[in-house]
Design a protein around this ligand. Structure first.
Ligand code: SAM
Length: 437
C-alpha cells in the first residue's frame, strides 16, 4: 500500500475505535478483514500509527485545535513520525485512496501548533480528564512528567530462564534480535522499542524462545515476581495465575524445589500455562483449575507465600495498550476495587502463620493499591506490611544497581511503585504483607 492508502486506513480504524469504543485490536482486525490487499507490513504500519496516535491523542488534538481522527493522524505523522509536509500533502491528495487535500487550517497548525504551555495537565500528560484527581493524588506536581513516560513506546523485555540455561548463554542466543542485558536484574534483557512503522522482532520464532530459554515479560512484571523473596523449597500459591507470566518467573526462582500451585478463578485463562510450563522446564507445578476436581481447601493456612497478581484496571500498561486509557471508566475502576477486596480476603486464608502474601497490580492508582491494603489490614490485624525491597534483595536476581533504583520508588509504607519514566518498566505496584504467628 502507498502512504495515501495507509493514512486513510488509519483514519478509518481510529474513527471506528472512537465510534464503537471497542479495543483497538478489534477495530484493526475488522478493518483488515475487509482489506485483503493489505500485507503484513501495511498492517504493522497502520497499527503502529494508531497506537502512537492514542498515546498522545489529546496533546495532538490540542496542537491541531481539531479532535477528529483525521487531524490526529496528520498531526502524529508530522510531529511524531517527522513525515515531510510535501509528502503528506501529496499522499492526502493522491487518487484514488487519498483522504482529501490538506486544508489551509491544517497547514497553519502544522506550521504553528498551539504551544503546550496553554494545555491543561490532562492534555499535556495525555490522560483522561476524569482521572485528574486520582492521578494527581499519586504523582502530585510530577503528574505531567510521569504521565509523559506512559505516553512513550515500550521496549520488548525478556526474562532469561535459568531453569534451562545460564543467562550468558541465553543472551548470546539473542544476538539476532539485538537484545542487551538490563542492569537492574541478573536475568533480564531488552530489545529497544522498535520503530513504530515496522514489525516488531519476532521473538517467539527464534530457537531460544522455543527451547524455553527466554520468556517475553516486562521488566516490571519480572521485578514483581522477586517480591516472593527466597522461595527455594517453599510452598507457594500463585492465586491469580492467569496465563502464568508470574508463575513461570516464580518457578525459576524456586529452581524446581518445593511446590508451586497455580490457580485462577477463570479456568480459560490458565490454559496456556500447561504448555508454557513444559517449554520452560518447570517440574514443581500443580495447576489447580476450578474446572477440575481439586479445589484449594487443602492449602488453607499452609502456604509460605501466596502471590496475588490482582485483577486491576491495567493503568500501568498504558504504554503498551494506549487504547485502554481512553476506554477506562469510573465504573470499571469501582468494579476492580471491589474485586480486589474479595481477592485479598480469599487469598489471605492460604497464608500460614509466619508466611507472606505478595500484592501486585499493574496499576499505579492508590485506589487499587494503598487504599485496598489499608482496608484489608484494618480488618486483619494478623497481617502487617513489610518492606518489599528486603524480600526482593533476598533473591540473587536483583543487582546492587537494581536495589538502588527501587529504593527511589519506595512508598512510605514500604511498597514500590514502578514507573516507565524512572526505569522503563510498566507501572506495577508491589507490596508484601507478613502474617504473624
Ligand atoms: C492480572 S491478571 C493475572 C496475570 C498473571 N498473573 C500473569 O502474570 O500472566 C489477574 C487474574 O486474576 C484472576 N482473578 C480475578 N478474581 C479472582 C479471584 N477471586 N480468585 C482468583 N483469581 C481471580 C483473573 O481471572 C485474572 O486472570
Amino acid at each position: 500500500m502507498r502512504l495515501s492508502g495507509r493514512l486513510s486506513a488509519a483514519i478509518e480504524v481510529l474513527t471506528d475505535f472512537e465510534t464503537r469504543r471497542v479495543p483497538l485490536k478489534t477495530a484493526l482486525a475488522d478493518w483488515a478483514r475487509g482489506a485483503r490487499y493489505a500485507g503484513a507490513k501495511d498492517r504493522a504500519w497502520i497499527s503502529g500509527l494508531c497506537l502512537d496516535v492514542l498515546r498522545k491523542r489529546q496533546s495532538i488534538a490540542a496542537m491541531m485545535t481539531d479532535d477528529t481522527p483525521r487531524a490526529a493522524v496528520i498531526g502524529c505523522l508530522f510531529f511524531e513520525w517527522l513525515t515531510a509536509i510535501d509528502e503528506l500533502r501529496s499522499a492526502l491528495t493522491e487518487e484514488p485512496h487519498g483522504a482529501g487535500a490538506l486544508t489551509e487550517a491544517e497547514f497553519e497548525r502544522l506550521e504553528k501548533p498551539v504551544p503546550s504551555e496553554k494545555f491543561t495537565p490532562a492534555v499535556r500528560g495525555n490522560f483522561p480528564e476524569w482521572m485528574v484527581p486520582n492521578i494527581e493524588r499519586v504523582f502530585g506536581e510530577n503528574t505531567v512528567s510521569v504521565m509523559n513516560g506512559y505516553a512513550e513506546r515500550a521496549d520488548i523485555d525478556l526474562r532469561l530462564n535459568r531453569l534451562k540455561v545460564e543467562s550468558e548463554k541465553a543472551l548470546s542466543a539473542l544476538k539476532s534480535v539485538k537484545a542487551n542485558p538490563i542492569s537492574l536484574l541478573n536475568n533480564a534483557a531488552r530489545i529497544s522499542a522498535p520503530n513504530p512503522s515496522e514489525k516488531a522482532p519476532a521473538v517467539t520464532v527464534i530457537p531460544a524462545f522455543n527451547k524455553g530459554w527466554v520468556e517475553v515479560q516486562d521488566l516490571g512484571s519480572q521485578i514483581a515476581a522477586l517480591a516472593a523473596g527466597e522461595v527455594k523449597s517453599a510452598q507457594v500459591l500463585d492465586f491469580c495465575a492467569g496465563g502464568g507470566g508470574k508463575t513461570l518467573a516464580l518457578a525459576a526462582m524456586m529452581e524446581n524445589t518445593g511446590q508451586l500451585y497455580a490457580y485462577d478463578r477463570d479456568p480459560h485463562r490458565l490454559k496456556p500455562l500447561f504448555h508454557r510450563a513444559k517449554r520452560a522446564g518447570v517440574r514443581n507445578l500443580q495447576i489447580r483449575s476450578p474446572a477440575g476436581d481439586e479445589g484449594l481447601e487443602d492449602l488453607t493456612n499452609k502456604m509460605d507465600v501466596v502471590f496475588v497478581d490482582a485483577p486491576c484496571t491495567g493503568a500501568g500498561t498504558w504504554r503498551r495498550h494506549p487504547d485502554t486509557k481512553w476506554r477506562l471508566t469510573e465504573q470499571q475502576l469501582q468494579r476492580r476495587m471491589k474485586e480486589q477486596d474479595i481477592v485479598l480476603k480469599q487469598a489471605a486464608a492460604f497464608v500460614k502463620p509466619g508466611g507472606r502474601m505478595v500484592w501486585v497490580t499493574c496499576s499505579f492508582l492508590m485506589e487499587e493499591n494503598e487504599d485496598r491494603l489499608a482496608s484489608f489490614l484494618e480488618a486483619h490485624s494478623e497481617f502487617s506490611q513489610q518492606p518489599v525491597i528486603e524480600a526482593m534483595a533476598s533473591t540473587t536476581l536483583l543487582t546492587a544497581k537494581g536495589r538502588e533504583a527501587l529504593s527511589t520508588l519506595s512508598t512510605p509504607e514500604g511498597a514500590v511503585r514502578l514507573s516507565p519514566d524512572k526505569i522503563r518498566a510498566d507501572g506495577f505496584f508491589i507490596a508484601t504483607l507478613r502474617r504473624t504467628n
